[in-house]
Ligand binder design. Structure first.
Ligand SMILES: [Zn+2]
Length: 78
């Protein structure tokens, strides 16, 4: 499980069940297991603390801005 954090203010954003070793480019909404502090405005996912735009919300996934977040935790092996 990965914990996604804002790269600007280090606020915890959400927990994500990442499968495979690849980069975190998009997050499937169905694999977000816990939301800590985010807001959605005009299809942009933002940090609930500082308003940093984390990604773009689409139907089933979030296209992530790679410079807007950091993560810790482990990816699940396929
Ligand atoms: Zn932030």
């Amino acid at each position: 499980m990965l914990t996604i954090k804002c790269s600007k203010c280090k606020n915890k954003l959400f927990k994500y069940k990442k499968i495979g070793k690849g980069k975190v480019l998009r997050c499937w909404r169905s694999k977000i297991t816990r939301v800590y502090d985010t807001t959605v405005e005009d299809n942009h996912l933002k940090c609930g603390n500082c308003g940093n735009v984390i990604g773009e919300v689409n139907n089933k996934k979030i296209d992530m801005n790679s410079s807007s977040f950091t993560y810790s935790g482990t990816k699940i092996e396929k």
